[in-house]
Structure formats: C-alpha cells, structure tokens
Design a protein around this ligand. Structure first.
Ligand SMILES: Cc1cc2nc3c(=O)[nH]c(=O)nc-3n(C[C@H](O)[C@H](O)[C@H](O)COP(=O)(O)OP(=O)(O)OC[C@H]3O[C@@H](n4cnc5c(N)ncnc54)[C@H](O)[C@@H]3O)c2cc1C
Length: 388
C-alpha cells in the first residue's frame, strides 16, 4: 500500500473471476500482493444465483493455483444427460469411472475462494459497493459507498451488470442471457433416473427459447436438493413465443411439480463477443464483466480462466510501465479459452436458430456420438489444449 486508500491494483468483485485474478497474481508477482485491494459489495458467504455446475476445466485452473475443490461441499454428477423431451445422449468424464462434472453451492464455493485469497495475504474490503470509476492517464479513481480509492490499475470482476464495464464501454448492444432458477426437493425415491445424474433438455428450443432447461443434484446444508432452471442465451434477435417462466412451468408439469410452489429467482449472464472490448488504459475486465459462454451459460471455469490472463497483463504492465493493456484482448482471443468462447458464441447463434422439433430430436437422440466428439474437441477441455 502506498498511502491510505492508494493501491497499485484494485480488483472490483470477489467472485471467481476476481479471486482467480488475485491468486494468479500471487503466483506470478508476489510483490504485488500487499499492493492489491479487493473490493466486494457483499459479505462472504453471500448468495449468488447459479446452478453451481463446475466443469473439469475449472478444476484444472484451481489445481494450477494449488487449490483442491473437494474441500468444498459438492456432489459428483455421475452422468450428464442431453435430451430432447426426455430422450437423448449421456456424457461423463473420458476415463472409466470418472464423473461428468461436480456441483457446488456458490455461497460456499466463493467464500472458500475468498478465504484462500486472504490466506495468501490479500486484503478484501467487504460491504463496499463501487459506484463509479474514472480512469485518467495517471491512475484510476474508484468511488464507493465507503469513500474514494485510487489505483494504478483496476480489474472489473463485478459480474454481468458490471459498473466497471459501463464506465469504460458506455454505449454498446446488450449481450445478456436470461436465466431463472429454483431449488427443489430431491427426486422421489422411485424415480427412474439416479439422484446423481444431471439433465439438460432442449425441449424449449422450438418455442423460440435459445437454450434449455436444466436439473442438477446438489447439497444444501448437508441435505440433497435439485437445482433446476431455464437458460435463454438471447444470442438471436427473435423473441420467444412464451415467457421463460411459462416454459419452465410446463417442464415442471411434465415432472409432476408446480412452479408456484417454489421461490423463483432470475439473473443475467453476459456472453462473449469477440468484437467487444475487454480493456481500456489502466482497466481490465474479467469473467461475466468481460463475457462468458453463450452456448450453455457456463461461466465458472471461464471466470477462473480469465484470471490468469489478467494477472499476466498486470505483471507485464508494471514491468514495462505501460498500462495501455493493448495486448490483453489479443492474448485472450489467441488462447484456447478465447477460441472456445468464440466457437460457443458462433455455435449458439447457429444451433438456437434451428428451432424445428424434429431437428432437435434428431440431433440429441441420433447424433450423440458426434456431439460428444465436437463438444470435447472444440468447446470444453480448453485447459487441456492450452497445456499442450
Ligand atoms: C441462474 C444461473 C445459473 C448458472 N449456472 C451456472 C453453472 O451451473 N455453471 C457455470 O459454470 N456457470 C453458471 N452460471 C454462470 C456463473 O454464475 C457466472 O458466469 C460466474 O459467476 C461469473 O463469475 P464472476 O466472478 O465473473 O462474477 P460473479 O460471480 O457475479 O461475481 C461478481 C462479484 O462482484 C461483486 N460485485 C458486483 N458489483 C459490485 C460493485 N459495484 N462493487 C463491488 N462488488 C461488486 C458481487 O457481489 C460478486 O461477488 C450461472 C449463472 C446464473 C445467473
């Protein structure tokens, strides 16, 4: 720290993207740790609406940071079912006996990550909401509800409604997916499917919803629950024929449940657009603030992945005394993370245009082998391709 409220780096947001940026910085440039401040508007463990599905890519990044996700309460998802109206294909880890992915609850996962950052020496000011930022040639002024801070560099890790993003890119087209989520009791004992399976059903695509309904197993306060919801990527300009809540209610009806019996909550996800900006002089964006997966709305592994690129850019900036961050966007686009994100946006725009029920049924029920190959080769497992 230089003076009170003066830091070299201020990270806005202590979610996966912000904490990953901090932890990568600690590995790359430990001397920057005491000169970094993380500002978080909530207090951990804070609620965060999320399915909590964590792909193996996230675990690879966590492992590189020396973290073991099994310290957090989680469920190993045995099989991931990708269906059209209840019938389709299944996927899991490539090696025999491996799970498909894990499900955590975000308040627990994010609090665990924040604790790891504190253990490594980072200062987190919680209950501090950033109201605006102003970047000048000499530094950035960060105005919060607790007073003013100054930094040489600000990282916008403040999620889909990012204030930092709005400050550096004031006018842009809206690129946000819409999601609704509900936590329900577990499946009945006599259920045909196993409690540990997860489901993605694309039955809503013919209704013009550019996404799917999901149903994941999870543990809440030690008890099994199901986290269910609906995802509409909104990548195409046409409107759905029915409201999202109506489509989710229909899906619930097929499973003998009523939406009105549960607490329904909604939140957006900003999706990745390669044409967009990811930085401005002295300011970097990461995670939802930068843009994540348009195809499935998968953002945790992506948020963790962005952290490595931001930390590298910050280290380079302090070494070269050049805070333009001109190379940041290129570093993301050229990496396997950026390539996977680009492909997912492209595929979402193509796939969700194909609304025919017959086509959707054919793809999920007959083309499973092809989808599994394409998903692994182009969309997920980007950490493995990056390591090569
Ligand atoms: C309903 C739903 C279900 C989802 N399911 C999945 C899933 O199953 N798997 C998956 O991989 N992804 C899922 N996602 C996406 C995933 O949640 C996000 O991509 C991920 O949280 C992005 O992490 P982040 O750190 O960028 O942002 P966030 O997790 O949103 O963290 C941002 C942090 O910044 C703080 N903040 C915000 N504004 C300010 C401010 N002004 N000042 C200070 N602090 C601020 C917030 O309190 C928060 O702690 C889902 C999203 C939704 C909405």
């Amino acid at each position: 720290m230089l003076n009170a409220n003066h830091y070299d780096i201020i990270i806005v947001g202590a979610g996966p993207a912000g904490i990953s940026t901090a932890l990568h910085l600690a590995n790359l440039a430990p001397e920057l740790v005491p000169r970094t401040l993380i500002l978080e508007k909530a207090r951990h463990p804070r609620p965060k609406l999320c399915g909590g599905g964590i792909l193996p890519d996230a675990e690879v990044v966590l492992c590189q940071l020396g973290l073991d996700i099994t310290e957090v309460p989680h469920v190993d998802v045995d099989w991931a079912h990708f269906d059209y109206d209840g019938q389709g294909m299944t996927m899991r880890g490539e090696k025999k006996g491996l799970f498909a992915f894990r499900v955590i609850r975000r308040h627990e996962f994010d609090a665990w990550l924040a604790a790891k950052a504190r253990e490594r020496g980072f200062l987190i000011h919680e209950n501090t909401a950033v109201k605006s930022i102003t970047a000048t040639e000499s530094g950035v002024v960060v105005t919060t509800d607790q007073g003013e801070y100054h930094a040489a560099v600000v990282v916008g890790a403040d999620g889909s409604n990012s204030i930092v993003r709005r400050a550096i890119i004031p006018h842009e087209d809206l690129h946000v997916a819409r999601l609704l989520e509900i936590v329900t009791e577990p499946k009945p004992e006599k259920s045909f499917h196993k409690q540990s399976d997860s489901f993605f059903d694309f039955v809503v695509v013919p209704q013009g919803i550019q996404g799917y309904v999901w149903d994941f197993p999870a543990v809440e306060k030690g008890k099994p629950v199901r986290v269910r919801g609906i995802y509409d990527s909104n990548v195409l300009s046409f409107k759905a024929d029915v409201p999202l809540a109506f489509a989710l209610d229909e899906e619930f009806g097929r499973h003998g449940l009523h939406l009105s019996d549960y607490k329904l909550e909604g939140a957006p996800i900003r999706w990745f657009d390669a044409k967009s900006d990811f930085s401005a002089p002295r300011v970097l964006l990461v995670g939802d603030a930068a843009g994540v997966d348009a195809l499935f709305g998968e953002g945790i592994s992506i948020a963790l992945g962005y952290g490595g690129f931001a930390a590298q850019a910050i280290q380079d900036a302090f070494t070269k005394k050049d805070f333009s961050f001109r190379g940041y966007k290129r570093s993301i686009l050229q990496a396997e993370l950026g390539k996977a994100l680009r492909r997912r946006t492209w595929m979402a725009k193509l796939f969700y245009r194909l609304r025919s029920a017959r086509f959707q049924a054919f793809i999920w029920r007959k083309m499973g082998w092809f989808i599994e190959w394409a998903v692994r080769a182009f969309f997920i497992e980007w950490t493995r391709r990056q390591e090569r």
